[in-house]
Design a protein around this ligand. Structure first.
Ligand code: NDP
Ligand code: 2IT
Length: 443
């Protein structure tokens, strides 16, 4: 056992950060066979180095609400690893955000970004600000205050944030406007921008589409396809909506979506136009769906969604939303594939249940990499001061997702774990970063 004592040292140093340690543990465990083959990684203490962010920034975000009251939030940016490229990763605005969550997301991002085949390092940021129920003006004032501090740490050649939970097109717009105003430069410092001001076609759809392209490869390996597959998708945000759209395009029957309050079950198949209007335009709750579609039912509590019988399950909401019991329900009901659209939505025990029962399992850092990959394509287009068509960009995304599947499945096989995409993705992502770190010396 080479890895275990190293993990214990990392755990002792990061007490009180359960999400971060969960992510580290899963990656480290996959790397045991790599460490056995490569003593140089152990001598150079690559694992300890990779688990220590290059830089952590935490800052005060003061703003005035619509009543003129003073509000204070906490801002974060974790610049985790720049071995293969500038720091790249989203910003999450959610009341649950803390250092542990941002570090877990930043750590996952290192390996995810390495798998995309593009030159991007790992980072993540956000705030415990809750955009729910806030007016557009409040969100704008918050974003302006957040960027007033963040701007001194980021840049088109240093660190390029994007969206994540609670950060979509509206927030990226306010953040970009304030960056430009302070710095007086028009540069691709954020991705997920509007199409009129430097955004890329397909970025909005990319994570959901990419997830479905990845799971399509998993199904192909079993001689199957999405056509006719009953599919359950959790969440009803950016990733869930475009995963639903692409899965439906490929012939899947998507029967459920959720939000943090509960889930809707529409046995006839989710009408996506309704969901898009409710969520993207009106910013309402998913339960409103049943008012317009009386054949559908609403159920309080979002975890019950995993008890619905399905062939394919795509968790696209948040971390640890699919636990051991949920995994057992899926297995019992004959589910054949799970693809993680969210970051670490399946618990450690849940993942084990799925893998042990032969369910094809696409881990988030591989399956949801289409978002950040398309962000990197947005950066390329910004650098060239040109833009590609929807078809061209979508074709690149598709090729990238196929390549991520290929790297993950081939690497798993090479190391004696055929079919285990968790181990394959972790090792393939790690090798690229670790070798780059070795090449660049002790920095
Ligand atoms: P959105 O904010 O657009 O949507 C999030 C969805 O998940 C909402 O339906 C939300 O419900 C639900 N949700 C959020 N937090 C919780 C919670 N604590 N418990 C239950 N449900 C919750 O975010 P995205 O769709 O962008 O992100 C979803 C997941 O995908 C996240 O894990 C994110 O890290 C990951 N991801 C996103 C990428 C992107 O490009 N956007 C790229 C790769 C991964 P409610 O409205 O009630 O809060
Ligand atoms: O988790 C993720 O990969 C994202 N939220 C997208 C990051 C990005 O830089 O596009």
């Amino acid at each position: 056992m080479i890895v275990e004592p190293i993990y214990e040292r990392v755990a002792a140093k990061n007490q009180g950060q359960p999400e971060f340690l969960q992510a580290v543990k899963e990656v480290f465990e996959s790397l045991e066979p790599v460490m056995e083959k490569h003593p140089e990684y152990v001598e150079q203490r690559i694992l300890e180095r990779i688990a220590e962010p290059e830089r952590v920034v935490m800052f005060r975000v003061p703003w005035l609400d619509d009543q003129g009251n003073v509000q204070i939030n906490r801002g974060f940016r974790v610049e985790f690893n720049s071995a293969i490229g500038l720091y790249k990763g989203g910003l999450r605005f959610h009341p649950s955000v803390n250092l542990s969550i941002i570090k877990f997301l930043g750590f996952e991002q290192i390996f995810k970004n390495a798998l995309t085949t593009l030159p991007i390092g790992g980072g993540k940021g956000g705030s415990d600000f809750d955009p729910k129920g806030k007016s557009d003006s409040e969100v704008m004032r918050f974003c302006q205050s957040f960027m007033t501090e963040l701007q001194r740490h980021i840049g088109a050649d240093t660190d390029v944030p994007a969206g994540d939970i609670g950060v979509g097109g509206r927030e990226i717009g306010f953040l970009f406007g304030q960056y430009k105003r302070i710095k007086n430069v028009y540069e691709g410092v954020l991705t997920g921008k509007g199409l009129n001001w430097g955004g890329s076609l397909v970025r909005t759809e990319a994570t959901g589409y990419g997830l479905v392209y990845f799971v399509e490869e998993m199904l192909k390996a079993q001689g199957k396809s999405f056509d006719g597959m009953t599919t359950v998708i959790s969440g009803s945000g950016n990733v869930a909506i475009y995963a639903t759209q692409k899965a439906q395009e490929l012939g899947a029957k998507v029967i459920a979506l959720s939000d943090s309050n509960g889930f809707v079950h529409d046995p006839e198949g989710i009408k996506l136009e309704t969901v898009r209007r409710l969520k993207e335009v009106e910013r309402k709750r998913i339960k409103e769906y049943v008012k317009e579609h009386p054949n559908a039912t609403y159920h309080e509590g979002f975890t019950g969604i995993w008890s619905l019988k399905c062939d394919v399950a795509l968790p696209c909401a948040t971390q640890n939303e699919l636990d051991e019991n949920a995994a057992r329900e899926l297995v019992k009901n004959g589910c054949i594939a799970v693809g993680e659209g969210a970051n670490m939505p399946t618990t450690y025990e849940g993942t084990k249940v799925l893998l042990d029962n032969g369910v094809a399992f696409g881990p988030g850092k591989a399956a949801n990499a289409g978002g950040v990959a398309t962000s990197a394509l947005e950066m390329s287009q910004n650098s060239m001061r040109m833009s590609w068509t929807f078809e061209e960009t979508d074709a690149k995304l598709h090729t990238i997702m196929q390549s991520i599947y290929e790297q993950s499945s081939t690497t798993a096989e090479t190391y004696g774990y055929k079919g285990n995409l968790v181990i394959g993705a972790n090792i393939a992502g790690f090798l690229k970063v670790a070798n780059s770190m070795l090449d660049q010396g002790l920095v």
